[in-house]
Design a protein around this ligand. Structure first.
Ligand code: TRP
Length: 433
C-alpha cells in the first residue's frame, strides 16, 4: 500500500473562531481529513500564541473555543491527529536542533519580524523595540511543528508561505548535515477557498471588527447578519450581486441551485431585509446542529481535555521515535553504545555508505547515497516508480563508474567529490561480495 500523504496545519490560540475561519479553514480541513490515503495533523498552536498574547485567560479560553469548534464542525479525533502543541515536549526539543542549523540572516528576513522592524524604523525608534526573541524564532518553532510529523502538505494562507519555505530549507540543511531524516514540506494554498467578506465588505477579520461569530448564540448571529452593510436600494429595485458581501457569504454556504435562486431574487428586487433573513436561515441550517455539540463541549471541558490528551498520545507515538533518531543523528547519544572511532566488528561493518529511497510530495520516487556520517554523496533524479529507482541503484552498485554527472550533488559541497562517490560505491560493491 502506498504510504499516506500527510497534511498538517496549526491554529494559533488567541481568538474566537468566526464564520471566515469556518469557511476558509475549518470546513475544508474537516472535509480533507476524510479523504482516503491521507493523514491529517491539526493542532492548537498554543506556544505560538505566547508570542503575541500575554493574557493566560485568553489563551486558555481560545484553546477551548478552537478545539470545541473543530470538533463540533465534524472533525473525528479518532481519524486524525488532533492535539495541543504544548502537550508534545519533542516540539521545543526539535526547535533547538533546527535553531542550530538555521542562519540568523534567514530569520532576519521573516515577514512577521520584519514588519515590526519596519514599523519601528518608520516610527524612528530602536529597530528591536517590542521584538521578543520569540517573535524572531517563530519560524523555527513552526518548522519543528511541521518536520516533527514528516508532513508533506501544509494548507495555509498566502501569508504563511514564506514560513513553509523556511521549514523546507531547515529540513534540507539538517538532512545535508546529518543524513536523510526529515521530509521537505510544501505549502498548499487553496486558490478556490473564497475569502469571506465581513459585515463591512472587507475581508472578515477580527482586526477589522467585522466578524460574524461562528458559535455565538443564535440570536447574536441573526443580529450580526442583519447588520451586514448593503446599499440603499429600496424593495422592488434590482440589487447587484457583484460586490455584495451578503451575496458572497450566501454563496459560501449555498448549493449552486440556491445561489441561482438568490441571484434571481436580487434581479427581481428582493428587499434587503428579506435577503438577510434568507442568509440567516441558510447559515443556521448548517451551523445549528453543530452549535449543540459546541455548547456541550464548552460546558464539559474535561471531555475536551481528554480528547486532546489522547490526541497528544497518538502524536507522540510518532514524535518520540523520530526525536530519538534525530538525537542519535546529531550526536546526543548514549555513551555506552558504539562511539564511532573505536567501532569494531559489527559496528565497523555498518559504517558503510548507504542508499536511501524515498517518495517526495510530488508523488515521485528518489534515492540518495549518503556516507556513514550522513553526508549526501549522490542525489537521484525523479523516477516514476520505486522499481525504476531500485534498478538505477542496482546499476550503480554493479558499476560504480556509471555514476552520472547529473546525479552528483549540485553544487558539490567542498567535502564531496566525484572520486569520493566512486570510492563509496566501490566500498559498497565490495561489501556485497
Ligand atoms: N503560524 C500559523 C498562523 O499563524 C499557525 C501555525 C503554527 C502553523 N504552526 C504551524 C500553521 C504549522 C501551519 C503549520 O497561522
Amino acid at each position: 500500500m502506498a504510504s499516506p500523504v500527510r497534511y498538517l496545519t496549526g491554529i494559533t490560540t488567541t481568538g474566537t473562531p468566526h464564520l471566515g475561519n469556518y469557511v476558509g479553514a475549518i470546513r475544508p480541513s474537516v472535509e480533507a481529513s476524510r479523504r482516503p490515503g491521507t493523514e491529517s495533523f491539526y493542532f492548537l498552536a498554543d506556544y505560538h500564541a505566547l508570542i503575541k498574547c500575554d493574557e493566560p485567560q485568553r489563551i486558555q479560553r481560545s484553546t477551548m473555543e478552537i478545539a470545541a469548534s473543530w470538533l463540533a464542525a465534524g472533525l473525528d479525533p479518532e481519524q486524525v491527529f488532533f492535539y495541543r502543541q504544548s502537550d508534545i515536549p519533542e516540539i521545543p526539543e526539535l526547535t533547538w536542533l533546527l535553531t542550530c542549523v538555521t542562519g540568523k540572516g534567514v530569520l532576519n528576513r521573516a515577514h512577521a519580524y520584519k514588519a515590526q522592524v519596519d514599523k519601528n524604523t518608520a516610527a524612528g525608534v530602536d529597530v528591536d523595540n517590542d521584538v521578543t526573541a520569540g517573535l524572531f524564532m517563530y519560524p523555527v518553532l513552526m518548522a519543528a511543528d511541521i518536520l516533527m510529523f514528516k508532513a508533506h502538505w501544509i494548507p495555509v494562507g498566502r501569508d504563511q508561505v514564506q514560513h513553509i519555505e523556511m521549514a523546507r530549507d531547515m529540513a534540507s540543511s539538517f538532512n545535508h548535515l546529518y543524513g536523510e531524516h526529515l521530509v521537505l514540506p510544501e505549502a498548499a494554498v487553496d486558490e478556490n477557498v473564497a475569502l469571506l467578506p465581513g459585515l463591512d465588505g472587507r475581508k472578515m477579520s477580527k482586526s477589522y471588527d467585522n466578524v460574524i461569530a461562528l458559535f455565538g448564540p443564535r440570536e447574536q448571529m441573526r443580529k450580526q447578519i442583519f447588520s451586514i452593510v448593503t446599499d440603499s436600494r429600496a424593495p422592488g429595485e434590482t440589487k447587484e450581486t457583484e460586490g455584495s458581501a451578503l451575496f458572497q457569504i450566501f454563496q459560501a454556504f449555498a448549493s449552486e441551485a440556491e445561489t441561482t435562486d438568490l441571484r434571481k431574487a436580487f434581479a427581481e428586487g428582493i428587499a434587503w431585509s428579506d435577503a438577510k433573513q434568507l442568509l440567516f436561515e441558510r447559515i443556521d441550517r448548517e451551523i445549528a446542529p453543530m452549535r449543540e455539540r459546541y455548547d456541550h463541549l464548552m460546558s464539559h471541558p474535561q471531555e475536551l481535555e481528554d480528547i486532546l490528551k489522547r490526541g497528544a498520545e497518538k502524536a507522540r507515538a510518532r514524535a518520540v521515535p523520530l526525536m530519538a533518531e534525530l538525537r542519535q543523528a546529531v550526536g546526543l547519544r548514549n555513551l555506552a553504545t558504539g562511539a564511532e572511532p573505536a567501532a569494531k566488528g559489527k559496528a565497523a561493518k555498518t559504517a558503510l555508505p548507504s542508499f536511501k529511497q524515498y517518495r517526495e510530495a510530488d508523488g515521485r520516487f528518489y534515492f540518495k547515497l549518503v556516507d556513514p556520517q550522513g553526508r549526501l554523496l549522490l542525489q537521484s533524479k525523479a523516477f516514476a516508480s520505486p522499481k525504476e529507482a531500485g534498478q538505477r541503484i542496482a546499476m550503480l552498485r554493479g558499476d560504480p563508474a556509471s555514476a552520472a554527472r547529473d546525479e552528483m550533488v549540485e553544487p558539490l559541497p567542498e567535502s564531496v567529490n566525484a572520486e569520493m562517490v566512486r570510492q563509496s560505491l566501490e566500498q559498497l560493491a565490495a561489501a556485497q561480495d
